[in-house]
Design a protein around this ligand. Sequence first.
Ligand code: ARG
Length: 465
Amino acid sequence: MSTLWHGRFEEGPSDELLAFTVSLGFDRRLAADDLAGSRAHVRGLARAGILSDEEAEVVLAALDRVEEELRTGVFQFEPTDEDIHTAIERRVTALAGEAGAKLHTGRSRNDQVATDLRLWARRELTGVARRVLALQRTLLERAREAGPAYLPGYTHLQRAQPVLLAHHLLAHGWALARDVDRLLDCRRRLDVSPLGAGALAGSSLPLDPDATAADLGFAARFENSLDAVSDRDFVAEALFALSLLAVHLSRMGEEVILWSTDEFGFVRLDDAYATGSSMLPQKKNPDIAELARGKAGRVIGDLTGILATMKGLPLSYNRDLQEDKEPLFDAVEQTSLGLAAMTGLYATMTFDVERMQQAADSPYAAATDLAELLVERGKPFREAHALVGGLVRDSLERHVPLAELVEAHPELGAEAAELLAPGRSVTRRTTPGGAGPDAVAVQLERFARRLEADAERIGPEGDGR
Ligand code: ARG
């Protein structure tokens, strides 16, 4: 059995070692990036005169062939292929003979795997950002179509003041805008090539890490080879950005769960985005929303896992770092699936506007408007607050409509009583960023512009990032 290190070893690896240390099961996802990294490395070796032009041609052709074999599924993996890098190099060597055996010159799997994972993360985080944008666009569309509809705004899950439905939907939209920002920020910081760092110290061969970095489209090369092979900050950062995104999806999910209960009745879920019960024929369940909530726990676990893996590692590469991949792959996959499902859920659910507005139309919800009217008439807010609070208590205790008490009160009167009319209160939230129609019209514009700018920052599909 032949390994990458067979020279120094008399015996092959034990079954137990292979079973415990092999990573091929998950790192085959890096195949495309490993091929890209190898191509750049081969071109670098040719520029350095380590490979002749003919040899480089032969190795590049072998890499193309491997790509084809992987794509069509005819690539034969072997039991000693401990990871995707080993498998590809083995096959390239078999195909390209002498020249193939030069592929790994001046390179270690330590700089190779770090390069591959950065290429992978750069592209996949871009993909996640694009999926966040799709959800934001759906929120924008639903907010536009909601028009003047309003619902109770809550604090402490107690009805507080009416807010436009559009305002409520965009609150989630802005949180997601920060997620996009974080993903792109993380992408910018990870855009550094480790290729050329070798196992840990660089090389005696005339390699040019700047050139291979440029070849791979990286913004820069590493500054320090020890750091280059052992830095997984970008994995931890990506996992934090994904965790917070997952937390936002979880909060949105929790809301859909509440809103779709009979108790709230604010939304009805589309059949295609809800599930039934195997026993209870009347049930319609919000499983997407529940899993958006549930999976956030798992993604947070991915983040805490990588932080714990990293915290005790001495410089530079340690095999522990192989544990960087599964959490990252998992978090990207779960948030991507969650984003697509939540986008469909939000695009298709029906808002019961009548029910929302009824819930918001309690005259007590306009209590602040009464106090603010008194303020406009010169009363200090604390006194106004106490006066209105007294009327609310009175109304509740004596079962007299609040409007009646307001109308009869010498400091309030008919004009004040009108503020209690259904739908009136929300129109009075006029300050920038506020919940009323004028402010929300401005907000909708600003949000739409933000999405356009973010689409631009994310970049067009298929530009390799
Ligand atoms: N599969 C390994 C990883 O993911 C590749 C690097 C192995 N390097 C080594 N020195 N054993 O980290």
